[in-house]
Design a protein around this ligand. Structure first.
Ligand code: GLU
Length: 510
């Protein structure tokens, strides 16, 4: 292979929300490119007009941006090898398809949909339940291999609808070197004569992917394992077009499996098991149906890509927490697993929790402000910067900051009296009633003075402070969680503390 600079592409089709497997493909392409100081290119494969979905391209771009996966060349930013949207490259493909016909590797096919249907019926047998347009069948169809050249010319001149198909050789082994799997061989008998150029003049994926990878000088391509069966078609096209030495090195990434390991993880599994499968919320433009994403559920992008990187890769050290730049530094194809990786939502949340715990306050501040604003709580940035470090250890999802912080701003809506009642009695009731007077008299309202006053009052009442602390927490927070209770009291202020004690005592009649 001639020495090429490293140019790697992510080539999604804009057909809907971006599955986490798609983001992992983008990520591995990106990590490989950046590890080798190469370029990462976004190419939008939108030649299938039937599957095109409005807004899907912008959605993909936003997902990559959210993940911090930056592109060097893309439809939006352009680049030396543009356009980067296949529909805008339409005029480039026909000449290659015709070149293949001239060389005897492809042919015109004029069969109508009804004729194709008839063929499928006619040749259906027990041994061959779904007959394909292949080396045996093509002899019996309307194409430039069976029709006279005069008739072919006439049909072309009359602009009769037609496609161009690859002429797959019969019973030939095609071998491909995959960076993850090593040598992979396919028999051409398993592959039909794929359409290369469609009736509307658009190329199919098979032709477009080869032409574009060639024209864009792509050196390496990581894509999902589901594309492996198409690989022999691509290898032959590279060969037939005389570009074999320019072919990118392939890596077919193992599937992301359902949690039980039984098959590929689908959007439906997410709906069924209650976790997202898309990177961000996706709204279907036709039905208006919203599919939940990791972002909106409260994932940090750092955690999301860290989790994805570990689905099928590790650095061998046992370490699991990596920033994007250390993933770039450590990434190696040799350490990508061959087998599928089971998706585990609990583990995904573990990554998010780790990342929230490790994040600096500045990183979390705007995200927490947003979570609170969505819940109609306005808080000053200065105050939030002090509160975030007090609770971040307890937040698994960003949305948990609402639960963990709301009581600093508003009185609890419900109070878990059930957790207090079993050990509640008159003396405890009296304690809080009289301690209130002590609190009222405090001139210096601080964590230390409140705690001291609490201890003194408990001693006077002859009750162990430990027995009073949980009720006090529940009075302020509404439930059994949160940072040290005297700190909470100091933050919410005297009036609020006294009011919450009162409200709770009313519910806790001794
Ligand atoms: N457009 C294909 C997809 O949607 C890309 C496959 C490839 O990377 O070759 O996944």
């Amino acid at each position: 292979m001639t020495e090429k600079s490293i140019r790697v592409r992510f080539a999604p089709s804009p057909t809907g929300g971006l599955h986490l497997g798609g983001v992992r493909t983008a990520l591995f392409n990106y990590l490989f490119a950046k590890h080798h100081n190469g370029k990462f290119i976004l190419r939008v494969e939108d030649t299938d007009q039937n599957r095109f979905v409005e807004g899907a391209e912008q959605y993909i771009v936003s997902c990559l941006e959210w993940c911090g996966i930056t592109t060097d060349e893309s439809p939006n930013t352009g680049g030396e090898f543009g356009p980067y949207r296949q529909s805008e490259r339409k005029s480039r493909y026909r000449k290659y398809a015709e070149e293949l016909i001239e060389k005897g590797f492809a042919y015109y096919a004029f069969d109508t949909p009804a004729e194709l249907e008839k063929m499928r019926e006619q040749y259906k047998s027990e041994a061959n339940p779904s007959p394909q347009y292949d080396s045996k069948i093509r002899e019996k169809m309307n194409n430039s291999l069976t029709l006279s050249s005069a008739e072919v010319q006439e049909r072309l001149t009359n602009k009769e609808p037609h496609v161009i198909r690859i002429k797959m050789p019969a019973s030939t082994d095609v071998t491909l070197h995959d960076m993850i799997r090593g040598e992979v061989s396919f028999s051409t008998d398993q592959v039909d004569d794929k359409v290369l150029l469609k009736g509307d003049g658009m190329p199919t994926y098979h032709l477009a992917v080869v032409v574009d990878d060639y024209e864009m000088k792509i050196s390496h391509a990581f894509r999902g394992e589901e594309w492996l069966p198409s690989a022999p078609v691509h290898v032959l096209l590279w060969e037939y077009l005389g570009w074999k030495n320019e072919m990118p090195q392939w890596a077919h990434l193992p599937l992301i499996l359902k949690p039980d390991g039984q098959g590929k993880l689908s959007k439906r599994d997410g709906d069924r098991l209650g976790f997202p499968v898309f990177a961000m919320d996706w709204t279907d433009p036709k039905t208006g149906e919203i599919t939940k994403g990791f972002k909106e559920l409260g994932f940090l992008p750092e955690a999301f890509i860290n989790m994805l990187a570990m689905l099928g890769w590790n650095d061998g050290s046992g370490e699991e927490i990596f920033k994007l730049n250390s993933l770039v530094e450590k990434f190696s194809v040799e350490r990508i697993h061959k087998g599928g990786a089971k998706f585990d939502f609990e583990k995904a949340k573990w990554f998010n929790h780790e990342w929230i715990k490790r994040s600096k306050t500045d990183r979390l501040l705007p995200l927490v402000e947003k979570v609170l604003a969505e819940n109609k709580i306005q808080a000053s940035s200065a105050l939030l910067s002090e509160l975030i470090p007090m609770v971040q250890e307890r937040c698994v999802l960003l949305s948990d900051f609402h639960t963990q912080l709301a009581y600093f701003f508003i009185d609890p809506i419900t109070i878990d009296t059930d957790s207090i009642s079993p050990k509640w009695n008159e003396s405890k009731h009296d304690f809080f009633n009289s301690w209130k007077t002590g609190l009222e008299g405090l001139t210096d309202w601080s964590t230390a003075t409140i705690e001291q006053s609490f201890k003194d009052a408990a001693e006077q009442a002859g009750i162990k402070p430990g027995e009073l602390q949980l009720p006090f927490r529940i009075m302020l927070v509404g439930a059994k969680f949160g940072p040290p209770v005297f700190e909470i009291a100091a933050r919410i202020g005297k009036a609020s503390t006294l009011r919450r004690i009162d409200n709770s005592l009313a519910l806790l009649k001794a």
